[in-house]
Design a protein around this ligand. Sequence first.
Ligand code: VGL
Ligand code: ZN
Length: 203
Amino acid sequence: MTANGHSETPFITPADALLIIDMQVDFMPGGELGVAGADGVVPLINRLSELPFGLIAATQDWHPSDHVSFDMQGGPWPEHCVAGTKGAALVPDLAQAHIGVVLRKGMRPDTDSYSAFEDNARTSRTGLDGLLRGRGINRVFVVGVALDYCVAATARDAVRAGFATVVLTDACRSVAQSVAAMQAGLVSEGVETAHAVDLLALM
Ligand code: VGL
Ligand code: ZN
């Protein structure tokens, strides 16, 4: 890793996994919790999914209609990604041919779950860490939305679980924070950052 936290020549092998976070209709512009520019990263993620990752996992935020995170329940977010609704579906343009597993999170009414590994209260785990380890994965690349919430939480937990962790910042979009602001915090927590376009150019 270089001084600015950018990883060098991260060639993809079967010991690498791609974690595609919450690329769902409700997080796209026009959706219930639209993230600016989120639709623009779909082509990049689709190209990444052609690389020889050992596993590609996608997550879905998948809430009950009375979820604690919704503003009508006193939470911070508008109602979004209600289980089984069109808004909770993966973006139709997202290529699914190489996605090996889809993990749903935030399903309990009383707890939110930003990370793909475990809920915010750290009471229940998805099993993703064991799945990755069982496949011989030692490094994960994280893409999707939102960089400042679910992508960041997933990357931090991946470091905590012992994986080398790279956030591909050009394949992410934020709700509020700039990439530069997020990057400084993540790098200080042991997360590397790189650009998907550079990785694709190397392969
Ligand atoms: C997310 C806010 C609420 C995310 C999910 O995917 O980052 N953000 N639920
Ligand atoms: Zn949510």
